[in-house]
Design a protein. Structure first.
Lengths: 114, 111
């Protein structure tokens, strides 16, 4: 299993500003993912955070808006840049010990942009 | 990429009754079939999973059945209890891509 510490747990931000979300895992993991979950909706994958290389973004998500860092095998950050009210959502990081394996999630960051 | 459909989107059952949620997928290479439960305000957690070499798996009141030919798998909850009320997500996976989640099924167990 993996224990993930994600912070902040929530924040209220002004439009036009940026917020960086951090995820710390208690063990080295190959794969880390960032998801967005809007109220009452499913989880939508934003990107896969690769250690030592650029993140891989899903359709509809771009690096300029959601820059990601993965400096080592236990840590990653997601920045939500130039925020607008449409970015209000819950953001979750997730890890998996290899493919076709159980995914573990951070507790989520509830972001409100005003 | 994987197309995942989950039915029904909402389900209400009386306490003690059974609940069944179905997930269909498109990628014939999928070989891992998990179900996640997300309680209100909490993170998703794996409750049961099955791999493609097995047709059924059971864990107490929860079971998952797989039909690879028809490309669907189902979550079965028997003797439902109020604490089973949550949103359930399927996430079929081929091992070559990150998890793609179904749209979720909101289960309400009425006492």
């Amino acid at each position: 299993s993996a224990v993930i510490s994600q912070k902040p747990s929530r924040d209220i931000c002004q439009r036009g500003t940026s917020l960086t979300i951090q995820c710390q895992v208690d063990s080295q993991v190959t794969m880390m993912f960032w998801y967005r979950q809007q109220p009452g909706q499913s989880l939508t994958l934003i990107a896969t955070a690769n250690q030592g290389s650029e993140a891989t973004y899903e359709s509809g998500f771009v690096i300029d808006k959601f820059p990601i860092s993965r400096p080592n095998l236990t840590f990653s950050t997601l920045t939500v840049s130039n925020m607008s009210p449409e970015d209000s959502s819950i953001y979750l990081c997730s890890v998996a010990q290899g493919r076709s394996a159980e995914a573990f999630f951070g507790q989520g960051t509830r972001l409100t942009v005003v | 990429g994987e197309n995942v459909e989950q039915h029904p989107s909402t389900l209400s059952v009386q306490e003690g009754d059974s609940a069944v949620i179905k997930c269909t997928y498109s990628d014939s290479a999928s070989n891992y079939f998990p179900w996640y439960k997300q309680e209100l305000g909490k993170r998703p957690q794996l409750i049961i999973d099955i791999r493609s070499n097995v047709g059924e798996k059971k864990d107490q009141r929860i079971a998952v059945t797989l039909n690879k030919t028809a490309k669907h798998f189902s979550l079965h909850i028997t003797e439902t209890q109020p604490e089973d009320s949550a949103v359930y997500f399927c996430a079929p996976n081929s091992g070559n891509t990150p998890l793609v989640f179904g749209k979720g099924t909101r289960l309400s167990v009425i006492a």
